[in-house]
Write a protein that binds this ligand. Structure first.
Ligand SMILES: Cc1ncc(COP(=O)(O)O)c(C=O)c1O
Length: 382
């Protein structure tokens, strides 16, 4: 047999796995990978236990369990005023990652171009490559990480099939406003392309701001796949459950892919989430205040270090500038910090095709006091 030629030759193990392994090897406080170290709500766990004993262990419906899709539709209506038909516009997936993959496979054809805004989440590009498409990187430059509308406009062409946006933004911690979405809609008017809006941190927005979903923008909604994650919202990233909301034509294509990637997501968890969403809307409504308190706590701790905090308006990530501590490039700095000082972070250059000359690392502050306290104690020693 000839040696296997990789379809993803430039893909290695993700930085999140690499840094978590390094953190484990060196006993570091792991503020790298984005997962909370607190538990899902007790009432949700109780619902899971309940359904474990109700003979619902066989395949869930391919598009998602009926009560869960109904609960999602109710939340979209109550929170955003978005009317989505659970039968034809909402699909439950195995994490937002599966939704992103299926949306990309559904619309991107050979040699199509897909625009991403760097720094961007690492699953986008391999999914585009597997679909035979080509990624066009448009940078968001620090410190503001705002969209450079001129650069975006010049990247658009008749070849553009999809534009991927992410709000609240990982790793920058920025939000797209309703005005930004209007501007995006105006820019795309002349192009026959779709939008993939990654909104997994929809409930992690701070300082009284509101999340603006692309679904509610009149011109973007009809051309948009919006993806969400139960993992982020219910402190249950290991459950790998999410969903995609898209108009019927797009949903039909997404489901053609979904039914051969995953077919259906875990039945017990879907039923438990449906009950909990319906009965406890206060959970997601309370998340902005919950995470704002975590952000402020962490920021107060970092104030006693040589790190300079970059404001975070959303997500559970905090960028910090380490220029006063080291001249090392960020990947080397992150390794050094983990191995020598026992705090694991994510270097932001890994989210770029062409990284800027910034000295920034990303901390995840979705952690209990004791974990953040210990990280800060170690960082103060720098
Ligand atoms: C921006 C972004 N999109 C998508 C995902 C994937 O979400 P899920 O765990 O639900 O697949 C993540 C997870 O970290 C993320 O940060």
């Amino acid at each position: 047999m000839k040696p296997l030629e990789s379809k993803l030759p430039s893909v290695g193990t993700t930085i999140f796995t690499v840094m978590t392994q390094l953190a484990n090897e060196h006993g570091a406080v792991n503020l790298s990978q984005g997962f909370p170290n607190f538990e899902p709500p007790a009432g949700l766990i109780e619902r899971v236990e309940h359904y474990l004993h109700t003979r619902c262990h066989q395949y869930a419906p391919m598009p998602g369990s009926v009560p869960l899709r109904a609960a999602i539709a109710g939340k979209l209506r109550d929170l955003y005023g978005v009317r989505a038909n659970p039968d034809s516009e909402i699909t439950v997936t195995s994490g937002a990652t599966e939704a992103i993959f299926c949306a990309i496979q559904a619309v991107v054809r050979r040699d199509d171009e897909v625009i991403v805004l760097d720094p961007c989440y690492d699953s986008y590009e391999p999914s585009v490559t597997l679909a035979g498409g080509r990624v066009v990187h448009v940078p968001l430059a620090p410190p503001a990480f705002a969209i450079d509308w001129d650069r975006l406009e010049s990247a658009l062409s008749a070849r553009t099939r999809l534009v991927i946006v992410n709000t609240p933004h990982n790793p920058a911690g920025t939000l797209l406003t309703a005005a930004d979405l209007d501007q995006l809609a105006a820019l795309l008017r002349r192009y026959d392309c779709y939008v993939l809006s990654d909104e997994v941190y929809e409930h992690v927005v701070f300082d009284g701001r509101a999340h603006a979903t692309a679904l509610a923008q009149a011109e973007l909604g009809p051309r948009c796949f919006a993806v969400f994650s139960f993992g982020k919202t219910y402190h249950a990233t290991g459950w790998k459950l999410g969903y995609c909301v898209a108009p019927p034509e797009l949903t039909a294509e997404l489901r053609r892919v979904h039914q051969y990637v995953q077919f259906a997501s875990t039945s017990v968890l879907q039923l438990a989430l449906a009950d909990y969403m319906r009965e406890h809307p206060e959970h997601h409504l309370g998340l902005p205040a919950f995470y704002e308190e975590r952000r402020d706590y962490f920021n107060r701790l970092l104030a006693d270090t040589k790190l300079t905090i970059r404001p975070s308006a959303g997500t559970y990530f905090q960028l910090a500038d380490y220029g006063a501590i080291s001249d090392l490039p960020d990947v080397e700095f992150a390794r050094w910090l983990t191995i020598e000082h026992g705090v694991a972070t994510i270097p932001i250059s890994v989210f770029y095709r062409e990284p800027p000359a910034a000295r920034l690392v990303r901390f995840c502050f979705a952690k209990e006091d004791a974990t953040l306290d210990e990280a800060a104690r170690r960082l103060r020693a720098l």
